[in-house]
Design a binder for this molecule. Structure first.
Ligand SMILES: Nc1ncnc2c1ncn2[C@@H]1O[C@H](COP(=O)(O)OP(=O)(O)O)[C@@H](O)[C@H]1O
Ligand SMILES: [Mg+2]
Length: 264
Protein backbone atom coordinates (compact mmCIF):
# COMPACT_ATOMS: atom_id res chain seq x y z
CA UNK A 1 0.00 0.00 0.00
CA UNK A 2 1.13 3.54 -0.51
CA UNK A 3 -0.10 6.89 0.68
CA UNK A 4 -3.29 5.96 2.48
CA UNK A 5 -3.68 5.59 6.21
CA UNK A 6 -2.17 2.71 8.10
CA UNK A 7 -3.41 -0.81 7.63
CA UNK A 8 -5.01 -2.20 10.76
CA UNK A 9 -2.65 -5.13 10.59
CA UNK A 10 -1.03 -5.68 14.00
CA UNK A 11 2.00 -7.01 12.16
CA UNK A 12 3.33 -3.51 11.58
CA UNK A 13 4.39 -1.54 14.62
CA UNK A 14 5.46 1.54 12.67
CA UNK A 15 4.10 2.73 9.34
CA UNK A 16 5.60 5.71 7.56
CA UNK A 17 3.56 7.35 4.82
CA UNK A 18 4.73 9.89 2.25
CA UNK A 19 7.18 11.53 4.65
CA UNK A 20 8.90 14.69 3.44
CA UNK A 21 11.64 16.69 5.14
CA UNK A 22 13.83 19.48 3.82
CA UNK A 23 16.47 21.62 5.47
CA UNK A 24 16.39 24.90 3.61
CA UNK A 25 16.65 24.06 -0.08
CA UNK A 26 17.95 20.56 0.63
CA UNK A 27 15.27 17.89 0.26
CA UNK A 28 16.42 15.04 2.46
CA UNK A 29 13.31 12.85 2.68
CA UNK A 30 11.22 12.94 -0.50
CA UNK A 31 8.24 10.73 0.14
CA UNK A 32 9.16 7.83 2.38
CA UNK A 33 6.77 4.88 2.59
CA UNK A 34 8.03 2.21 4.93
CA UNK A 35 6.70 -0.30 7.47
CA UNK A 36 8.57 -1.79 10.42
CA UNK A 37 7.46 -5.23 11.56
CA UNK A 38 6.61 -5.86 15.19
CA UNK A 39 9.12 -7.99 17.08
CA UNK A 40 11.49 -8.19 14.11
CA UNK A 41 14.85 -6.68 13.26
CA UNK A 42 14.21 -4.01 10.62
CA UNK A 43 17.26 -2.54 8.92
CA UNK A 44 17.57 0.65 6.92
CA UNK A 45 20.65 0.83 4.73
CA UNK A 46 21.97 3.65 2.62
CA UNK A 47 25.05 5.69 1.90
CA UNK A 48 26.40 8.42 4.12
CA UNK A 49 24.32 11.59 4.07
CA UNK A 50 21.23 9.89 2.57
CA UNK A 51 19.02 10.85 5.50
CA UNK A 52 19.06 7.69 7.64
CA UNK A 53 19.58 9.53 10.92
CA UNK A 54 17.06 12.18 9.93
CA UNK A 55 14.51 9.42 9.29
CA UNK A 56 15.24 7.80 12.64
CA UNK A 57 14.81 11.09 14.51
CA UNK A 58 11.34 11.44 13.02
CA UNK A 59 10.28 8.09 14.48
CA UNK A 60 10.70 9.42 18.01
CA UNK A 61 9.31 12.85 17.28
CA UNK A 62 12.74 14.47 17.65
CA UNK A 63 12.22 16.04 14.23
CA UNK A 64 8.91 17.12 12.69
CA UNK A 65 8.35 16.39 9.00
CA UNK A 66 7.21 18.99 6.48
CA UNK A 67 4.43 16.59 5.51
CA UNK A 68 3.47 12.95 5.82
CA UNK A 69 2.53 10.57 8.61
CA UNK A 70 4.17 8.22 11.06
CA UNK A 71 1.85 5.72 12.69
CA UNK A 72 3.14 4.03 15.83
CA UNK A 73 0.73 1.25 16.83
CA UNK A 74 -1.77 2.94 14.53
CA UNK A 75 -1.46 6.38 16.16
CA UNK A 76 -0.21 9.22 13.95
CA UNK A 77 2.55 10.89 15.96
CA UNK A 78 3.09 13.78 13.55
CA UNK A 79 2.03 17.06 15.11
CA UNK A 80 1.32 15.63 18.56
CA UNK A 81 1.75 18.07 21.42
CA UNK A 82 4.58 17.68 23.94
CA UNK A 83 2.79 15.58 26.53
CA UNK A 84 1.49 13.14 23.93
CA UNK A 85 4.84 12.89 22.20
CA UNK A 86 6.57 12.21 25.52
CA UNK A 87 4.21 9.29 26.01
CA UNK A 88 5.06 7.95 22.55
CA UNK A 89 8.76 8.41 23.25
CA UNK A 90 8.50 6.06 26.19
CA UNK A 91 7.77 3.26 23.71
CA UNK A 92 11.26 3.80 22.30
CA UNK A 93 14.77 3.09 23.49
CA UNK A 94 17.71 4.56 21.64
CA UNK A 95 21.10 2.88 21.47
CA UNK A 96 23.79 5.36 20.51
CA UNK A 97 26.81 4.59 18.37
CA UNK A 98 29.41 5.26 21.05
CA UNK A 99 27.17 4.25 23.96
CA UNK A 100 27.12 7.97 24.93
CA UNK A 101 27.47 7.25 28.64
CA UNK A 102 27.94 9.99 31.20
CA UNK A 103 31.61 9.90 32.25
CA UNK A 104 30.91 11.19 35.74
CA UNK A 105 28.16 8.68 36.52
CA UNK A 106 28.81 5.08 37.49
CA UNK A 107 27.22 2.06 35.78
CA UNK A 108 24.10 1.99 37.96
CA UNK A 109 23.57 5.74 37.65
CA UNK A 110 24.04 5.61 33.89
CA UNK A 111 21.54 2.79 33.43
CA UNK A 112 19.01 4.29 35.85
CA UNK A 113 19.22 7.74 34.28
CA UNK A 114 16.01 7.57 32.17
CA UNK A 115 14.02 6.31 35.17
CA UNK A 116 15.28 9.05 37.46
CA UNK A 117 14.54 11.61 34.79
CA UNK A 118 10.98 10.39 34.17
CA UNK A 119 9.58 8.97 37.38
CA UNK A 120 9.84 9.15 41.13
CA UNK A 121 10.50 5.49 41.74
CA UNK A 122 11.72 4.13 45.08
CA UNK A 123 15.47 3.59 45.08
CA UNK A 124 15.01 -0.12 45.76
CA UNK A 125 12.87 -0.60 42.69
CA UNK A 126 15.35 1.26 40.51
CA UNK A 127 18.18 -0.93 41.78
CA UNK A 128 16.12 -4.08 41.17
CA UNK A 129 15.52 -3.08 37.57
CA UNK A 130 19.16 -2.18 36.99
CA UNK A 131 20.44 -5.41 38.54
CA UNK A 132 18.00 -7.46 36.49
CA UNK A 133 19.45 -5.88 33.34
CA UNK A 134 23.04 -6.39 34.50
CA UNK A 135 22.22 -10.09 34.86
CA UNK A 136 20.39 -10.42 31.57
CA UNK A 137 23.14 -8.65 29.66
CA UNK A 138 25.95 -10.66 31.29
CA UNK A 139 27.40 -7.64 33.05
CA UNK A 140 27.04 -9.01 36.57
CA UNK A 141 30.08 -11.29 36.44
CA UNK A 142 32.46 -8.33 36.62
CA UNK A 143 33.36 -7.67 40.27
CA UNK A 144 32.20 -4.25 41.46
CA UNK A 145 30.63 -3.44 38.11
CA UNK A 146 27.88 -1.33 39.65
CA UNK A 147 30.29 1.30 40.93
CA UNK A 148 32.57 1.39 37.90
CA UNK A 149 32.80 4.47 35.71
CA UNK A 150 32.65 4.28 31.88
CA UNK A 151 36.42 4.86 31.56
CA UNK A 152 37.01 1.66 33.54
CA UNK A 153 34.98 -0.49 31.14
CA UNK A 154 35.94 -2.22 27.91
CA UNK A 155 34.32 -1.04 24.69
CA UNK A 156 32.05 -4.07 24.57
CA UNK A 157 30.92 -3.52 28.15
CA UNK A 158 30.21 0.13 27.47
CA UNK A 159 27.98 -0.92 24.57
CA UNK A 160 26.06 -3.25 26.86
CA UNK A 161 25.67 -0.58 29.53
CA UNK A 162 24.34 1.74 26.81
CA UNK A 163 21.94 -1.01 25.77
CA UNK A 164 20.86 -1.52 29.39
CA UNK A 165 20.09 2.18 29.65
CA UNK A 166 18.00 1.98 26.47
CA UNK A 167 16.11 -1.01 27.92
CA UNK A 168 15.57 0.19 31.47
CA UNK A 169 12.21 1.83 30.80
CA UNK A 170 11.01 -1.34 29.04
CA UNK A 171 10.62 0.01 25.53
CA UNK A 172 8.74 -1.85 22.82
CA UNK A 173 10.99 -0.49 20.10
CA UNK A 174 14.77 -0.19 20.10
CA UNK A 175 16.50 2.16 17.68
CA UNK A 176 20.15 1.65 16.79
CA UNK A 177 21.92 4.27 14.67
CA UNK A 178 24.94 2.67 12.99
CA UNK A 179 25.83 0.47 15.95
CA UNK A 180 28.81 -1.17 14.24
CA UNK A 181 30.39 1.81 12.49
CA UNK A 182 34.10 1.96 13.20
CA UNK A 183 34.26 -1.46 14.85
CA UNK A 184 36.58 -4.26 13.79
CA UNK A 185 34.95 -7.46 12.41
CA UNK A 186 35.02 -9.28 15.75
CA UNK A 187 33.50 -6.39 17.68
CA UNK A 188 30.95 -6.05 14.89
CA UNK A 189 29.93 -9.68 15.29
CA UNK A 190 29.56 -9.18 19.03
CA UNK A 191 27.28 -6.20 18.53
CA UNK A 192 25.27 -8.13 15.93
CA UNK A 193 24.82 -10.93 18.40
CA UNK A 194 23.79 -8.47 21.09
CA UNK A 195 21.12 -7.00 18.80
CA UNK A 196 19.78 -10.43 17.89
CA UNK A 197 19.77 -11.70 21.46
CA UNK A 198 18.09 -8.56 22.73
CA UNK A 199 15.38 -8.92 20.08
CA UNK A 200 14.78 -12.51 21.18
CA UNK A 201 15.11 -12.08 24.95
CA UNK A 202 13.17 -8.84 25.29
CA UNK A 203 10.77 -9.29 22.38
CA UNK A 204 11.39 -5.77 21.12
CA UNK A 205 10.96 -4.41 17.64
CA UNK A 206 14.41 -3.36 16.44
CA UNK A 207 15.10 -0.63 13.91
CA UNK A 208 18.75 -0.58 12.89
CA UNK A 209 20.40 2.02 10.69
CA UNK A 210 23.42 0.52 9.01
CA UNK A 211 25.83 0.75 6.17
CA UNK A 212 27.48 -2.53 7.08
CA UNK A 213 26.29 -5.12 4.56
CA UNK A 214 27.65 -8.16 6.37
CA UNK A 215 25.80 -7.20 9.55
CA UNK A 216 22.68 -6.32 7.67
CA UNK A 217 22.34 -9.69 6.04
CA UNK A 218 23.37 -11.49 9.23
CA UNK A 219 20.76 -9.97 11.52
CA UNK A 220 18.03 -8.40 9.38
CA UNK A 221 14.54 -9.86 9.15
CA UNK A 222 13.56 -7.01 6.86
CA UNK A 223 15.83 -4.63 4.98
CA UNK A 224 15.03 -1.33 3.29
CA UNK A 225 17.32 0.86 1.25
CA UNK A 226 17.15 4.64 1.41
CA UNK A 227 18.43 6.40 -1.68
CA UNK A 228 17.92 9.96 -2.83
CA UNK A 229 15.21 10.56 -0.27
CA UNK A 230 13.14 7.49 -1.10
CA UNK A 231 12.93 3.81 -0.27
CA UNK A 232 14.13 2.09 -3.42
CA UNK A 233 14.08 -1.51 -2.18
CA UNK A 234 12.42 -3.21 0.75
CA UNK A 235 11.79 -6.78 1.84
CA UNK A 236 13.29 -9.86 3.42
CA UNK A 237 17.02 -10.54 2.91
CA UNK A 238 16.11 -13.12 0.26
CA UNK A 239 13.89 -10.64 -1.52
CA UNK A 240 16.65 -8.05 -1.52
CA UNK A 241 19.14 -10.57 -2.86
CA UNK A 242 16.80 -11.15 -5.78
CA UNK A 243 15.99 -7.48 -6.34
CA UNK A 244 17.45 -6.16 -9.58
CA UNK A 245 17.49 -2.46 -8.59
CA UNK A 246 20.85 -1.18 -9.83
CA UNK A 247 21.15 1.34 -6.95
CA UNK A 248 20.81 -1.51 -4.48
CA UNK A 249 23.28 -3.73 -6.27
CA UNK A 250 25.76 -0.92 -6.61
CA UNK A 251 25.60 -0.31 -2.89
CA UNK A 252 25.79 -3.90 -1.75
CA UNK A 253 28.04 -5.65 -4.24
CA UNK A 254 31.29 -3.67 -3.77
CA UNK A 255 31.25 -4.52 -0.08
CA UNK A 256 31.96 -8.10 -1.05
CA UNK A 257 29.90 -9.11 1.95
CA UNK A 258 27.09 -10.45 -0.11
CA UNK A 259 27.28 -12.27 -3.39
CA UNK A 260 24.19 -11.78 -5.46
CA UNK A 261 22.85 -14.79 -7.28
CA UNK A 262 22.74 -14.13 -10.99
CA UNK A 263 19.10 -14.30 -12.05
CA UNK A 264 18.63 -16.81 -14.82
N1 LIG B 1 19.41 19.54 11.75
C1 LIG B 1 19.84 19.63 10.48
N2 LIG B 1 19.92 20.82 9.84
C2 LIG B 1 20.33 20.90 8.56
N3 LIG B 1 20.70 19.85 7.82
C3 LIG B 1 20.67 18.64 8.38
C4 LIG B 1 20.22 18.45 9.74
N4 LIG B 1 20.28 17.13 10.04
C5 LIG B 1 20.73 16.52 8.91
N5 LIG B 1 20.95 17.41 7.94
C6 LIG B 1 21.42 17.07 6.57
O1 LIG B 1 20.59 16.06 6.06
C7 LIG B 1 21.37 15.13 5.28
C8 LIG B 1 21.15 13.73 5.80
O2 LIG B 1 21.76 13.62 7.06
P1 LIG B 1 21.77 12.27 7.90
O3 LIG B 1 20.38 11.80 8.12
O4 LIG B 1 22.56 12.55 9.13
O5 LIG B 1 22.55 11.26 6.95
P2 LIG B 1 22.96 9.74 7.23
O6 LIG B 1 22.24 8.92 6.20
O7 LIG B 1 24.45 9.68 7.03
O8 LIG B 1 22.55 9.41 8.63
C9 LIG B 1 22.81 15.61 5.36
O9 LIG B 1 23.10 16.33 4.20
C10 LIG B 1 22.82 16.50 6.57
O10 LIG B 1 23.80 17.49 6.47
MG1 LIG C 1 23.58 8.93 10.30
Amino acid sequence: MTNGGPTRDERWQIQIRDLHKSFGAQQVLRGIDLDFERGKTNIVIGGSGQGKSVLMKHLMGLLQPDSGHIYVDGEDIVGLHDVAIAKVQRKFGMVFQYAALFDSLNVVENIAFPLIERYRLPRGEILDRVRDLLRRLDLDNVPGVEEKFPAELSGGMRKRVGLARALVDRPQILLYDEPTTGLDPIATKNVDEMIRRTADDFGVTSVVISHDMASTFRIGDRIAMLYDGKIVACGTPAELLAAPDPRLREFVEPSGAVKFGVPS
